[in-house]
Design a protein around this ligand. Structure first.
Ligand code: KG4
Ligand code: ZN
Length: 338
């Protein structure tokens, strides 16, 4: 039998302070402290995020250990998010991880946050897992990428956003309707009772496998502003149809590119990851298109879609098993290519 290996995963790339304990690829605990402070500003304020990470990191790690029933001295390694993300936020997680690894005299493992989103499908033994090569689709507040995943550690971005990320488009359209940050889940909720074909928004024409969401966002904002001038209750009266139409178009843009990527690469295994992978319309459409086109689709457990440390711990476990250890000299990287 395989000897248990205990990994502490730490995630602090944006506004969530998270810690998880894994026993091999099985998650024993997954703790996240969400930072409410950003709601009143309508988006993440980097300086406030760093300060909140500093307050949250120790209690979050202690809670993850307690929930897992593991003591610090049982840990085999610490895996932390090195980047990409907000530098001040990354520095808290990386400095904490370095200090703890020095104190406990155990290996430190650096993890690319996007690898975490892509490889979250390999958490736990039970569910079916993507086979290599597969297309990893990262859809979050900071990224929209199509990634060719050759193996756990060999990945190539073959398409990405030229401007805003899809999650950002959800958040900014939501802000225009007066929703709190993050607006993605709120749009998802209202869409359930709305008509997705009521309002027509443009599908951007972008070459190859790249994306653009800023023109879409501007057209939604202009449409809303124009109609609010004519009727100040326009949003209230149409909120469900507006949300459903915005959501439908954003997911349509993504699905068209996924379809193109399968044609260009001949790869029909598709695995989505990142906060927008929690979106109910995306989950439904991917299942539907998968059946129609004979793709094998992988939709992560909802707990591992938005930022979490379980996915960082999982990559840490894979790297530990393959002796891909990090070192104390490695700097946090706000831009960290996949
Ligand atoms: O992966 P994530 O937690 O953080 C980044 O790495 O960016 O993604 C956050 C993004 C936000 O833009 C949020 O609005 C979006 O994911 N999101 C959703 C849903 N849940 C989270 N977007 C649409 N529908 C959802 N249900
Ligand atoms: Zn993320």
């Amino acid at each position: 039998m395989q000897k248990p290996c205990y990994i502490l995963g730490i995630e602090s790339s944006c506004d969530d302070t998270a810690a998880a304990i894994l026993e091999n690829d099985v998650v024993l605990s997954n703790v996240i402290a969400k930072q409410e402070i950003h709601i009143e500003y309508g988006g993440v304020v980097p300086e406030l995020a760093s300060r909140a990470h500093q307050i949250n990191i120790i209690p979050v790690v202690e809670m993850a250990l307690k929930k897992a029933g593991i003591e610090k001295k049982q840990l085999n390694a610490i895996a932390y998010t090195r980047g990409p993300g907000l530098l001040g936020s990354l520095l808290i997680g990386s400095s904490f991880s370095k200090s703890l690894s020095m104190g406990l005299k155990i290996p430190l493992i650096e993890v690319n946050h996007m690898h975490g989103h892509i490889l979250c499908h390999f958490i736990d033994n039970k569910q079916s897992k993507p086979e290599f090569p597969f297309l990893g689709i990262t859809v979050s507040g900071g990224h929209t990428q199509i990634v060719m995943v050759e193996d756990y550690f060999t990945m190539n971005e073959i398409g990405g956003s030229l401007d805003d990320a899809i999650g950002e488009a959800f958040d900014k359209c939501g802000k225009a309707m007066g929703f709190d940050y993050p607006a993605g889940p709120i749009i998802d909720k209202y869409s359930k009772n709305g008509n997705p074909k009521k309002f027509k928004f443009p599908i951007p024409k972008v070459k190859d496998l790249d994306f653009s969401f800023s023109g879409f966002k501007t057209s939604v904002l202009n449409f809303i502003n124009k109609n609010v001038i004519l009727d100040q209750n326009f949003i209230e009266k149409n909120v469900e149809d507006l949300c459903a139409s915005i959501q439908y178009t954003l997911i349509e843009i993504l699905m068209l590119k996924i379809e193109l990527a399968t044609k260009k690469t001949g790869i029909t295994q598709i695995a989505i990851g990142g906060g927008v992978a929690a979106n109910s319309e995306l989950r439904k459409r991917l299942n539907h298109e998968g059946k129609k086109n004979n793709w094998k689709t992988y939709i992560p457990n909802i707990n591992y879609t938005t930022d979490n440390a379980a996915m960082i711990g999982l990559v840490g476990y894979l790297k530990y098993k393959n002796s891909h250890l990090g070192n104390l000299k490695q700097k946090a990287l706000s831009n960290y290519k996949i």
